[in-house]
Design a protein around this ligand. Structure first.
Ligand SMILES: Cc1ncc(COP(=O)(O)O)c(C=O)c1O
Length: 371
C-alpha cells in the first residue's frame, strides 16, 4: 500500500545525518530534536502547542485524561473508524456512544450526533477519515449548544485544511479543543516507528497534557497528576523534522495519484470514486472506492493475485466488534457504516506512485469490473 523505501532513498542523506546527530548527542529522550520538531510542527499547523507523544492512540487517551473526562462520561464518535478511537474511550471507562457516517465523505453524520446526545455527553470525537475534515462548523455548533469538548482524531488527516463558514482556513486537528495525530510509518507524515502528537491552542490544557505524557510530572520526581510514559523518541523527532519539510509535496503527490484514479474510474457505474468535500482539502491518506454490484472480496483477491495490495478499511464496524459487543447496539443500527464495510476497497496510495504503476493498478481494477 505504501513505498517507504523509494521515499527514503530520495532524502536518505538528510535522514542519515539527522539520525547520526541524535546518536552522537546521546540525547535520546526529550532531546533538542524533539523541541525542534515540535516548534516546526507548531509553525506548519499554525497552532500554539504541539505535545509530541508515543503514538496516535496515546494522543487520544492523553487528551481525554487532560480534559478531565471521568468514568461514565459519554463520548460520541463514529462506528466507521480504526479501533484506537473507541479503544481509549473504553480503556478510560468512559462510555463510547457510536454514530453512523455520511455516505459521501464517510465522516461522522451530524444528524447522528444530534440523536446521540444525552445529559451525560461530555465530548465528541470527530474522525477525519481517510484524509478529509468533518463538518467542523456543524460539530462546533452542537458542542457550543451542549457544552461539549471536541477532540479531533486527525490521525489520518495531517496537513488537511478546513475552511470555516467565516472563510478562515485551519489545519486538521487545530479546530477543536484538542487534536490528535499519528506518525505511524504509513501515515501522510510518518516516522520510522511509532509516534504521535496532540495539538491545542489552550495554554492551561497544553501544560496538563505535557505533564501527563511524562508521568504526570512538571518538576522532576514531583507528580501532580496521574500520567503515562508516552514520549516521542528523539530519533523519530529528527526523522519527522526532515519529513515535515516535504509534507506538502507528499500531499501533492497523493492528490495527483487520486486525480489519476478518478479519471480512470469516471463513468464506471460499479465504482464510486471518493467524494471531495468543498470545505476541506482531501489529503488522501487512503483512496477508497465504493463498489456496486460486484463481489468486493473477490476484487481484492484478484488485485492481490496481480501483486496489487488493495485493502479493506474497515471490514467490521466498531459496534459489531467482538470486544465491544454492547446491548445498546445490533446489526442494522448504522446502515451507512455497515454498507460501507461490505462495499469499500482502498487502492495503493502513497507518494511514490508513478504513471506506470497507476496505469497497471487502474487497468486491473477495470479488467475485474468489466469481466
Ligand atoms: C483514525 C485513527 N485513529 C487513531 C489511530 C492510532 O494511531 P497509532 O497507530 O499511532 O496509535 C490511527 C492509526 O492507525 C487512526 O487511523
Amino acid at each position: 500500500m505504501v513505498d517507504l523505501k523509494t521515499q527514503y532513498d530520495k532524502i536518505s542523506d538528510e535522514i542519515d545525518n539527522a539520525i547520526k546527530e541524535v546518536i552522537e548527542s546521546t540525547a535520546f529522550i526529550n532531546g533538542p530534536k524533539v523541541k525542534d520538531f515540535q516548534a516546526a510542527l507548531e509553525n506548519y499547523l499554525g497552532v500554539k502547542h504541539v505535545i509530541p507523544c508515543a503514538n496516535g492512540t496515546d494522543a487520544l487517551q492523553v487528551s481525554m485524561m487532560g480534559l478531565g473526562l471521568e468514568p461514565g462520561d459519554e463520548v460520541i464518535t463514529t462506528s466507521f473508524t480504526f479501533i484506537a478511537t473507541v479503544e481509549v474511550i473504553a480503556l478510560l471507562r468512559l462510555k463510547p456512544v457510536l454514530t453512523d457516517v455520511d455516505p459521501n465523505t464517510f465522516n461522522i453524520s451530524i444528524e447522528s450526533i444530534k440523536k446521540a446526545i444525552t445529559p451525560k455527553t461530555k465530548a465528541i470525537v470527530p474522525v477525519h477519515i481517510f484524509g478529509q475534515c468533518c463538518d467542523m462548523d456543524a460539530i462546533q455548533q452542537i458542542a457550543d449548544e451542549h457544552g461539549l469538548y471536541i477532540i479531533e482524531d486527525a490521525c489520518q488527516a495531517i496537513g488537511s485544511d478546513y475552511t470555516g463558514k467565516d472563510g478562515r482556513k485551519k489545519k486538521a486537528g487545530t479546530i477543536g479543543n484538542v487534536g490528535c495525530t499519528s506518525f505511524f510509518p504509513s501515515k501522510n507524515l510518518g516516522c520510522y516507528g511509532d509516534g504521535g502528537a496532540i495539538f491545542t491552542n489552550d495554554d492551561a490544557l497544553a501544560k496538563t497534557l505535557r505533564s501527563i505524557v511524562n508521568h504526570g510530572m512538571a518538576v522532576r520526581y514531583h507528580h501532580d497528576t496521574i500520567g503515562v510514559n508516552s514520549r516521542l523518541d528523539s530519533l523519530q523527532a529528527a526523522i519527522l523534522e526532515i519529513k515535515l519539510k516535504y509534507l506538502d509535496q507528499y500531499i501533492a503527490s497523493r492528490i495527483n495519484a487520486a486525480d489519476y484514479y478518478d479519471e480512470a474510474f469516471k463513468n464506471q457505474p460499479k465504482l464510486k470514486t471518493p467524494y471531495r468535500e468543498p470545505h476541506t482539502r482531501h489529503v488522501f491518506h487512503q483512496y477508497t472506492l465504493v463498489t456496486h454490484g460486484i463481489d468486493r472480496d473477490k476484487m481484492q483477491e484478484y488485485l492481490q493475485s496481480k501483486d496489487i495490495p488493495a485493502m479493506i478499511y474497515y471490514p467490521v464496524p466498531m459496534h459489531l466488534q467482538k470486544a465491544y459487543v454492547d446491548p445498546r447496539y445490533k446489526p442494522g443500527d448504522f446502515p451507512v457504516t455497515e454498507e460501507l464495510s461490505r462495499t469499500v476497497i482502498s487502492l495503493p496510495m502513497h507518494t511514490e506512485l508513478d504513471s506506470e504503476q497507476l496505469e497497471y493498478i487502474s487497468g486491473h481494477v477495470l479488467n475485474f469490473i468489466q469481466s
